[in-house]
Design a protein around this ligand. Structure first.
Ligand code: TA6
Length: 312
């Protein structure tokens, strides 16, 4: 099926769920389940997995898949009355055969367009007609780009308001050896302290216990440095002002039934999001939120890094 018309493969995944496979000529790949439009795999040219999928992930609707890149829409976490992180991550999406065009710089040879529209049941819990489009593209340098477009298709003249996140689980060698750059000195809401607002102090962010923070008005580039793997993830984002950093650590992990007890050592969630200032769309209006992830080799050891070099 990977022809010029269909630059992707359609296959059966775990429990017979439909998935899309994107392949790039140098062996890089990505996998996306129609269930949740959920990216579950992103591999580099050496076949190394760059996303973390829970060792206990359940591929059974209505439970969302744990790991990879869940999409949070129309609500992030419990910022509203819907189920946590909204319903887009546990609906079956469709392949969008004729999406409106995107600017050519977001094109690649391997991509898929997916779409979610509300069902009658969805309209009972969130009474708004919308089209949520997602393009997942694997670029020629192995970068993974997710572009979401949300359109208000209400015919009753009513606007709607939503929050959104790409809840990305990055695979890391050892959480204790990882640092995040680009968020230092920013304000954040601490989910572990009743969402009280603080200002981050000091250098890059490192990890030695549970963290669940919503950094506000963040720059468009953030880096995750994995010294052991000699790899840096560079996160570029547009339309998504906030960035959530989450790792449940040992105790919280044991309360999450579909997360292995030791998994927390090997992932870090850094989530491009729109939370503090929810997005409001009038009928006919569209919002776009773009996330580009790249994994680049890095040869620095701790303390020798010039953040500007990573972030520029
Ligand atoms: O993004 C961080 C967070 O909202 C945490 O508070 C944590 O609960 C996590 O997401 C996972 O949420 P989930 O609903 O997938 O279990």
């Amino acid at each position: 099926m990977a022809t010029e018309r269909h630059p992707f493969e359609l296959a059966k995944g775990t429990n017979g769920l439909d998935k899309i496979i994107l392949r790039e000529s140098r062996g890089r790949s990505a996998e996306i389940y129609l269930y949740g439009s959920h990216v579950t795999s992103w591999k580099n040219e050496n076949g190394e997995e760059l996303l973390h999928l829970s060792s206990k992930a359940i591929f059974k609707p209505p439970k969302p898949i744990r790991g990879g890149i869940p999409l949070c829409f129309p609500q992030f976490s419990n910022f509203g009355t819907l189920e946590s992180h909204g319903f887009a991550r546990n609906r079956i999406w469709e392949i969008d055969a004729s999406p409106p065009p995107l600017p050519s710089n977001s094109c690649s040879n391997a991509f898929v367009d997916l779409i979610l529209r509300p069902t009658e049941d969805d309209l009972k819990i969130w009474p708004h007609n919308f089209e949520l489009r997602l393009r997942v593209a694997l670029g020629t340098e192995g970068e993974l780009t997710l572009t979401s477009r949300i359109r208000n298709t209400n015919s009753d003249g009513k606007p709607f308001t939503f929050t959104f996140a790409y809840h990305t689980y990055f695979s890391v060698s050892d959480i204790s050896e990882v640092r995040v750059e680009g968020l230092e000195t920013l304000d954040y809401l601490d989910n572990l302290k009743n969402r009280e607002r603080f200002t981050e102090q000091g250098d890059a962010i490192t990890f030695e216990s549970e963290i669940d923070k919503i950094y506000l008005s963040t720059p468009t580039k953030i880096a995750i440095l994995d010294h052991e793997k000699k790899r840096t993830f560079v996160i570029r984002k547009d339309g998504l002002a906030d960035a959530v950093v989450w790792n449940p650590w040992d105790k919280k992990s044991k309360t999450i039934s579909d997360l292995g007890d030791e998994d927390y050592k090997h992932f870090l969630c850094v989530e491009a999001a729109a939370i503090e200032r929810p997005i409001t769309l009038k009928p006919g209006e569209e919002w776009k939120g773009r996330l580009e992830l790249s994994a680049v080799p890095s040869s620095y050891s701790s303390g020798q890094l010039d953040p500007k070099k990573v972030l520029e």
